[in-house]
Write a protein that binds this ligand. Structure first.
Ligand code: MF3
Ligand code: CO
Length: 252
């Protein structure tokens, strides 16, 4: 079932979303050659501790850390490691979730490390723009399908592919709620779901330079592209309001 959030609930969700946005901002500022994903994860945990909010991913389905990373060909859910040291030319996905007053916020960015290739930059730009295309469709009377289609069309028109093994989701008192928000159109019945004021969605395109297929590494978490080519991921938690989409995970 799809939960419609009240004004009061949306206020709490905004707090969780801002906590997430602040962490992502700080981690982004600290992305540079020589830094490990373990250190970035520790930074996120220190901010959560200091600001008294809960890092949502730690322990969720037994995930062992607070941040999910995605280095280069990694798509999502990479576990922080002291051995994963950033170097010039890398792209690094940073995905963080927080709980405040019982409500979740969830957002992700992909960040360049120093100077990156033109094609890597295009992948970042197209993926982020596809997210905002999807967000533009997140308004009353539209359907989930309108979000999915606008993302897929934009990505494929630019010659890249959308990942189909993972999807966006409703979010609220749970990290993952109905409806699913795929980044592609299919026969899935939930794509026909009408959007209503008070729904909150985590919209999160994962875009590959090459093939759409992914595989999971032996750690049981890290998803990588099947062809070893680059992948990017951007995500926002978005409330549907009578005035259109409101991006909650944005620093204003
Ligand atoms: N943002 C991701 C998602 O929506 C990360 C959650 S994975 C976790 O699924 F298990 F680590 F929490
Ligand atoms: Co998510």
């Amino acid at each position: 079932m799809i939960y419609i959030k009240s004004k009061e609930e949306l206020k709490k969700m905004k707090k969780a979303a801002l906590a997430v946005a602040e962490v992502l901002q700080t981690l982004k500022e600290n992305v540079k050659e020589g830094v490990s994903t373990w250190e970035l994860n520790k930074m996120a945990e220190e901010i959560a501790e200091k600001k008294s909010f809960i890092a949502a991913f730690k322990g969720y389905s037994n995930y062992p850390a607070s941040v999910c990373f995605a280095l280069n060909e990694e798509v999502v859910h990479g576990i922080p490691s002291k051995d994963a040291v950033l170097k010039e030319g890398d792209i690094i996905g940073i995905d963080f979730g927080a709980i405040v007053d019982g409500y979740y916020g969830d957002s992700a960015i992909t960040v360049p490390v120093g100077k990156i290739s033109k094609i890597a930059q295009k992948l970042l730009d197209v993926t982020e723009a596809s997210l905002f295309n999807g967000i533009d469709q997140a308004k009353p009377k539209n359907r989930i399908k309108d979000i999915s289609k606008s993302i897929q069309d934009y990505v494929e028109d630019n010659g890249f592919s959308v990942v189909k093994s993972f999807v966006g989701h409703g979010i609220g008192k749970n990290l993952h709620e109905e409806p699913q928000v795929p980044n592609f159109v299919s026969e899935m019945s939930q794509l026909g779901t009408s959007l209503k004021s008070g729904m909150v969605l985590a919209i999160e395109p994962m875009v590959n330079l090459g093939v759409a297929e992914v595989k999971i590494l032996n750690d049981g978490w890290t998803a990588v592209t099947a062809d070893g080519k680059l992948s990017a991921h951007f995500e926002h938690t978005v409330a549907i309001t009578d005035n259109g989409p409101e991006v909650l995970t944005r620093l204003n």
